[in-house]
Write a protein that binds this ligand. Structure first.
Ligand code: AMP
Length: 190
């Protein structure tokens, strides 16, 4: 089973993807985590990525598509995967379709976590309070830019998946366990 989890920054994609990974024995592929690891490695690519991520802008499609292409063909993805943070643009979604068709695979479910912007801003404020802003993009100003990027570049993908008949919306403002229950009712019992 191959799944995409969509949602604005702070909607809980990472949290829910990890739960699905454990319960369904699928592989979580978080492009944000992979990019942060690349930055931490202080490679040349990491240096280029650092400023882009800190500003809340999107990394170029070519880089991301190559990273994901390598990951989904690994044996650990054989049972299926959860894409957390990918695709974020239409060219990424189309490239994913091409990669999957070469592997005779497809996306089974696209789950969208819906959360109001004012709640996302409250959540980032508490994350900064709790962690002291551990992530370079943990600031209200950057969050506002990330929300804008989501609305202008990523949300337009939703009709693309709706047309394929795989898109399901979930209220991401419910308690974590209730969001998980909604997702499990879409995916079927683990
Ligand atoms: P995330 O942890 O998914 O919120 O991602 C953190 C940051 O990594 C984003 O704000 C982007 O700068 C970058 N990023 C993650 N995934 C992608 C993607 N699919 N395309 C472009 N940039 C991405």
């Amino acid at each position: 089973m191959n799944i995409i989890v969509f949602g604005p920054p702070g909607a809980g994609k990472g949290t829910q993807s990890k739960i699905v990974q454990d319960n369904y024995k699928l592989k979580q592929l978080s492009t944000g985590e992979m990019l942060r690891a690349e930055v931490a490695s202080e490679s040349t690519l990491g240096h280029t990525l650092k400023a882009i991520i800190a500003a809340g802008e999107l990394v170029s499609d070519d880089i991301i598509i190559e990273i994901i292409g390598t990951c989904i063909s690994q044996p650990e993805c054989e049972r299926g995967f959860i894409l957390d943070g990918f695709p974020r643009t239409l060219p990424q979604a189309k490239a994913l379709d091409v990669m999957l068709s070469h592997m005779s695979r497809s996306i089974d479910h696209v789950v969208v976590l819906e959360v109001d912007n004012d709640i996302l801003i409250d959540r980032i404020r508490s994350r900064i309070d709790e962690t002291g802003g551990a992530r370079s993009d943990d600031s209200e100003e950057v969050l506002r830019n990330r929300l804008h990027v989501y609305e202008t570049q990523t949300a337009p993908l939703l009709p693309y998946y709706e047309a394929k008949g795989v898109l399901r919306k979930v209220d991401g403002m419910l308690p974590i366990e209730d969001v998980t229950a909604e997702i499990e009712s879409i995916l079927g019992a683990p």
